[in-house]
Design a protein around this ligand. Structure first.
Ligand code: ADP
Ligand code: ASP
Ligand code: MG
Length: 408
């Protein structure tokens, strides 16, 4: 009889200590039966990855990316071995592997490598021996045997990529909340669990700050149409299904509210209003490998204008240097920056057909005396850049404005 494969991923808080590792081991063993195989992906214990990163930054402000990958990938090696020990202690056969051992081949972009292929040969062999396979998330290896990591939250990507490579029947993402909520439940106590969400909406929410799923993992799930079940490792409750299409007849206008504090804003003042100036500035910034997000440029009536844009906070020093060089060259004015900004967004695929959604968002912010510094829209989202000190208030007021606490 051919058995089907279940992939389960457990996040850091689900394996934060020995008691939790034992609880996960029980769950994994319960999932395995005579009809299926179980492949488990684990994150590093609790805050291990943050702690490792902090250690490196104690030694250098700019630790080399290659060495960061050597360091950061160790967290998952610990958790996969411990889980295998726990499962074996329960009398079941298990084996742990690192990403490189199971042939997760990536490109050479250290700290945010992209998966190119997965051989999975050792996984298949271990499954054929009826073992529970436990794989260290978040890591891979280049064709030159260099260890890489897949970007923060990358264990989600490992799980989805393995589900695709192994043609798994089920891919479950176990975390510390009961599923995907209408807003971060830590921020908004009225937030409601969403039963079903589409890949497009989840991708937008993840890209705009809902850290519960890594955005890249959703991209892969969407490309290969791998449905995901996001649920809690602490309860048996059903979580959220992330799927291609929602069966509901009409899409809701706003599915969720997100908040991201990971960007900084740069403003180049008194930019001469001439053809080719924006091209010059953003070419300089792209040359240093920084990706720019929201850009605002006003039409000028005085032959000069300010240009503002956001970049990831981690790229701010590089981006500032490039912006200052470009500003000098084009005879612009000062270059200012602000690290204390937040991006507040509303997301929903029904926005394609509902109108007035952005206006309601701006009303909610105005009613709370929150100034909007920049605005960006996509087909299914509207984002506002505001001061970070208003972030929590903004998320709560938008949640209320769009009555998301009434989601059933
Ligand atoms: P894990 O360690 O399991 O990967 P993460 O910390 O990466 O877990 O993601 C889970 C956290 O994401 C939750 O604890 C929650 O605070 C946060 N979060 C942010 N937005 C949302 C949302 N819309 N729905 C659910 N959780 C969210
Ligand atoms: N441990 C890694 C991180 O904290 C990967 C993950 O948890 O998915 O980003
Ligand atoms: Mg995560």
């Amino acid at each position: 009889m051919k058995k089907y494969i279940i992939v389960q991923k457990y996040g850091g808080s689900s394996v934060a200590n020995i008691a939790r590792i034992k609880a996960v081991a029980k769950r994994v063993v319960a999932a395995k039966n005579s009809r299926n195989h179980v492949v488990v992906v684990v994150s590093a214990l609790g805050d291990t990855t943050d702690d490792l990163e902090a250690l490196a930054f104690n030694l250098s402000r700019t630790p080399p990316d290659r060495e960061m990958d050597m360091l950061m990938s160790t967290g998952e090696q610990i958790s996969c071995a411990l889980l295998a020990i726990a499962v074996k202690e329960m009398g079941h056969d298990a084996i742990s592997f690192t990403g490189p051992q199971v042939g997760i081949q990536t490109d050479k972009t250290h700290t945010r490598a992209r998966i190119e292929t997965i051989s999975g040969h050792r996984i298949r062999k271990a499954l054929a021996q009826d073992k529970i396979v436990i794989v260290a998330g978040y890591q891979g290896v280049t064709d030159e045997d260099e260890i890489t990591t897949l970007g923060r939250g990358g264990s989600d990507l490992t799980a989805v990529a393995l589900a695709q490579a192994l043609k798994a029947k089920v891919c479950e993402i176990y975390t510390d909340v009961n599923g995907i909520y209408t807003a971060d439940p830590r921020l908004v106590k009225e937030a409601r669990k969403i039963k079903v969400i589409t890949f497009d909406e989840m991708l937008e929410m993840a890209s705009l700050g809902a850290q519960v799923m890594q955005a890249r993992s959703i991209e892969v799930a969407k490309r290969f149409n791998i449905s995901l079940h996001v649920r809690s490792s602490f309860s048996k409750e059903e979580g959220t299904m992330i799927v291609k299409k929602n069966e509901k007849l009409e899409d809701v206008a706003v599915r969720g509210v997100t908040c991201s504090k990971s960007d900084a804003k740069i403003t180049i003042c008194a930019v001469p209003d001439r053809t080719g100036i924006a091209a010059k500035i953003f070419t300089e910034i792209s040359k240093v490998g920084v990706s720019v997000d929201t850009i605002v440029q006003n039409v000028s009536h005085t032959k000069q204008t300010d240009i503002s844009f956001t970049v990831p906070k981690s790229s701010l020093p590089k981006a500032l240097q490039a912006a200052k060089a470009a500003a000098r060259e084009i005879h612009a004015g000062d270059v200012l920056y602000d690290k204390n900004i937040a991006r507040i967004s509303i997301v929903g695929s029904g926005m394609r057909s509902h109108h007035g959604i952005a206006a309601r968002m701006f009303q909610a912010l105005a009613e709370n005396k929150i100034n909007i510094e920049m605005i960006a829209t996509s087909e299914i989202s509207v984002s506002c850049i505001i001061s970070q000190r208003h972030a929590e208030k903004a998320v709560r007021s938008l949640h209320e404005k769009f009555e998301l606490e009434k989601v059933e």
